[in-house]
Design a binder for this molecule. Sequence first.
Ligand SMILES: [Zn+2]
Ligand SMILES: [Zn+2]
Length: 145
Amino acid sequence: MKFVKEHNMNNTTQKKICSNCGKVIPYTATCECKKKANRLRNAEKDKRKPEEKKFFNSTRWKKLRKRIMDRDGGYCQRCLIKYNIITTSSLEAHHIKPRNKYPELRWNVDNLVTLCKSCNTSIGTKEELDFPFEMPNDDERGYVL
Ligand SMILES: [Zn+2]
Ligand SMILES: [Zn+2]
């Protein structure tokens, strides 16, 4: 009896088109363009200095970050003030004066504002906000130790 091999959908001859660059590649492969993008992203991450990592991982920073977010009501202040949108996801505590240039202001609550990831990226290291943020004036102002 002759044996007929079933066509296997997962065999390695099957191809797919890369959603990123449109190149035809083996079905189970990762396209070179995506590998390259991953490598670049990882290289970017490695550039973060060890002391930066230590800063972001410290309990003190985590506490301060939470305090800023609580103070700002848990939403992006730029989205709210500039665009009248409530954004509650991907929030970050943004240093108005950049950490590397003003290390002494790193722990100052008056130098921090809650922003979403995209607003944080838009402002970057401009050293000032592009919306009229009024620093909340309460008893808890000042430095967090
Ligand atoms: Zn590709
Ligand atoms: Zn925002």
